[in-house]
Design a protein around this ligand. Structure first.
Ligand SMILES: Cc1cc2nc3c(=O)[nH]c(=O)nc-3n(C[C@H](O)[C@H](O)[C@H](O)COP(=O)(O)O)c2cc1C
Length: 368
C-alpha cells in the first residue's frame, strides 16, 4: 500500500504516511504543562519514523479557550514538553507541535476576566471548558491594530520554546475558527484596516505568523493547518475557493513542510455526512506545491485512495488514533480497530486515554 511507503517530509525520512492528527484532550497539569499521562499518550502513539502532531498548545496564558489544554508560554512548559519529545524520539518517531490562539472561542474566566479577542465582533454561540466545566463562550472584543505585533511576537516566542523543547517542527493552527482562521475568512473578519477587507489583507495575520515561525525554524519544519468550508466555530467565508486558493498560493513562497487540510465533511470532531468524498485536499493540491496532509473522516481504504489519486502525500487520523495507539501497525496488518470513546475526549483520567490495548510488538509504555 502507498500508505506504507516512505515519504521525505522536509529533512525527515518517514517510513509510512499515517500521521497523528492534533487532538486536544484537556489533561494538562494545573500550570498548563503537559502531564505525565500526556507523555505516555504520545509515546504510545509514536511509531518508528512516523509523524505525530500534538494537540494545540497556547503561546500565552490569555490565548487559551479550554482549561486543561497545554501551554508553551513558560520555561516549565519547555521542560515538560521536553519529556514528551524525548519519549517520542526514543521510539524513533517525529513530533510537531501545533500552536494556537483560541481567539473568540474562549471565556473571560480564562483570561483574568478579560474578553476573548477576535479580528471583529461577530456574535456566535459555542461551549468552552472553564474551571466551572462546559459553559457558553463569553462575548469577544475586536483587536486593536496596535495589539497585533504583540500577538505575532507571542507566536514567535512559542515557536522558539517549541524548538528548545526538542520538537521536530511546528504547525500553525489556522483552522476550525480559532484566531488565525477568523482573520482569514470574511464571515468573521469585518475589519477595514490593513488586516481586513481584501483577501490579501485577511491573509496578512496568518502570513506574519508563518514568517515568525520561519524566523526561528527552517521553513521546511513549519506546517500550516486549514479547514476550508469547515463549520466548527461558526466560521464562514463567502468564497472559500478564492480565499483558500489565494492563501495556498501565497504559502508557496515559503517552502513549508506541509499544508494540512481538514476536509469539510468533518465538523471539528464529528463526521457531518458519512460517505461524502474528500474535496478540499484535491482542490488545494492544484495550487500548493509542497506536501499535503489530508485529514477528516479517513479510514484505511479512504486513506489509500486519496494517496493513490495523488491528492495528498500523508493522511492524518484523529479519532481512530485516540483509541488505537498502534494505529499504523493495525492499518498495515488490517487488524480490527477499537472504537473511540467520545465521553473521554475532553478531560478525565487515564481511562479511555492511555489504557487502550496495543497489538504492535513494541512495549509502548514509557517508564517514569
Ligand atoms: C477530541 C478531539 C480534539 C481535537 N482537537 C484538535 C486540536 O487541538 N487541533 C486541531 O487542529 N484539530 C483538533 N481536532 C480535529 C482533529 O485533528 C481531526 O481533524 C478530526 O478529528 C477529524 O479527523 P478524524 O475523522 O480522523 O477524527 C480534534 C478532534 C478531536 C476528536
Amino acid at each position: 500500500m502507498k500508505l506504507f511507503s516512505p515519504f521525505k517530509l522536509g529533512p525527515y525520512e518517514l517510513v509510512h504516511r499515517v500521521v497523528h492528527a492534533p487532538m486536544t484532550r484537556l489533561r494538562s497539569d494545573d500550570d498548563d504543562s503537559p502531564s505525565t499521562m500526556m507523555r505516555t499518550y504520545y509515546a504510545q502513539r509514536a511509531s518508528r519514523c512516523g509523524l505525530l502532531i500534538t494537540e494545540s498548545a497556547h503561546p500565552s496564558y490569555d490565548s487559551r479557550g479550554y482549561v486543561g489544554a497545554p501551554g508553551i508560554y513558560t520555561q516549565q512548559h519547555v521542560a515538560a514538553w521536553r519529556r514528551v519529545t524525548d519519549a517520542v524520539h526514543a521510539k524513533g518517531a517525529r513530533i510537531f507541535m501545533q500552536i494556537a490562539h483560541d481567539g473568540r472561542q474562549s471565556h473571560s474566566d480564562l483570561s483574568w476576566g478579560n474578553a476573548p479577542v477576535a479580528p471583529s465582533v461577530v456574535p456566535f454561540d459555542t461551549q468552552v471548558f472553564t474551571r466551572a466545566g462546559w459553559v457558553p463562550n463569553s462575548p469577544h472584543r475586536e483587536l486593536d491594530i496596535t495589539e497585533i505585533p504583540l500577538l505575532v511576537r507571542s507566536f514567535k516566542d512559542a515557536a522558539r520554546r517549541a524548538r528548545d523543547a526538542g520538537f521536530d517542527g511546528v504547525e500553525l493552527h489556522n483552522a476550525n475558527g480559532y484566531l488565525a482562521d477568523t482573520f482569514l475568512q470574511d464571515g468573521t473578519n469585518k475589519r477595514t484596516d490593513a488586516y481586513g477587507g481584501t483577501i490579501e489583507r485577511r491573509a496578512r495575520f496568518s502570513l506574519e505568523l508563518i514568517e515568525a515561525f520561519a524566523s526561528v525554524w527552517e521553513p521546511h519544519q513549519v506546517g500550516v493547518r486549514v479547514s476550508p468550508s469547515g463549520q466548527w466555530g461558526s466560521i464562514s467565508d463567502s468564497d472559500p475557493e478564492a480565499t483558500f486558493g489565494y492563501f495556498a498560493e501565497r504559502l508557496n513562497d515559503y517552502g513549508l513542510a506541509y499544508l494540512h487540510v481538514i476536509e469539510p465533511r468533518v465538523k471539528g470532531t464529528e463526521t457531518l455526512q458519512e460517505g461524502q468524498s474528500p474535496v478540499a485536499s484535491g482542490f488545494l493540491r492544484t495550487i500548493f506545491r509542497g506536501p499535503i496532509i489530508a485529514a477528516g473522516g479517513f479510514d484505511r481504504t479512504g486513506a489509500e485512495a486519496i494517496l493513490q489519486r495523488g491528492d495528498a502525500d500523508l493522511v492524518a487520523f484523529g479519532r481512530l488514533f485516540s483509541s488505537n495507539p498502534d494505529l499504523p501497525y493495525r492499518l498495515e496488518h488490517d487488524l480490527p480497530l477499537a472504537p473511540y470513546q467520545r465521553e473521554a475526549f475532553w478531560g478525565g483520567d487515564e481511562r479511555h486515554y492511555i489504557d487502550f490495548p496495543v497489538h504492535a510488538p513494541i512495549d509502548a509504555v514509557v517508564a517514569d
